[in-house]
Design a protein. Structure first.
Length: 161
């Protein structure tokens, strides 16, 4: 996670449209997400009561590594999510739950983005997009997460313009 945070910091220095970069990366860990240990990296991150913006990298022991973009509040309302096309959003999931703090990929929490209708997006309390790589493919995880981070930059660029 430390090496990923360095990559994220470097990439965001060259991308001035993401303004919430003054808060440093945060790596957290715990012993009990559905009974198993986890580690996560939040960067960039901004959490207020009704405003959230974060890119979260999450490792759940024995399951997967994931990366997600969480947007809640004014940004979520102002961005044009319908601009995101299926080519860019291939393999991305959209949170369909009302709990932004769940990370599992069961159907009650995430569904493929391309199966969501644009008019449904405006009814969500937040937008959380995520993708994952299984632990069995751990050797490719760093490259996968770096590429996904760059895709998030493109998602932000398209939705925020």
């Amino acid at each position: 996670m430390g090496q990923l945070s360095e990559f994220y910091l470097t990439e965001l220095k060259t991308y001035p449209d993401i303004v919430i970069t003054a808060i440093p990366p945060k790596i957290s860990r715990g012993e009990n997400y559905e009974g198993l240990p986890w580690v996560m990296l939040d960067y960039p991150r901004y959490f207020k009561v009704n405003e959230h913006f974060a890119i979260r990298t999450f490792f759940w022991w024995g399951h997967f590594l994931s990366i997600s973009l969480l947007v809640k509040g004014k940004l979520a309302a102002d961005w044009q999510w319908e601009k995101l096309d299926n080519a860019l959003m291939k393999d991305w999931y959209l949170c369909c739950s009302t709990d932004a703090w769940q990370h599992h990929f069961r159907p009650d929490n995430f569904i493929l983005f391309c199966s969501f209708q644009n008019d449904q997006l405006s009814n969500l309390p937040f937008i959380k997009l995520a993708k994952k790589i299984p632990v069995a493919e751990f050797e490719q995880a760093a490259a996968y997460l770096q590429e996904a981070f760059l895709q998030i930059r493109e998602i932000i660029k398209k939705a925020s313009n």
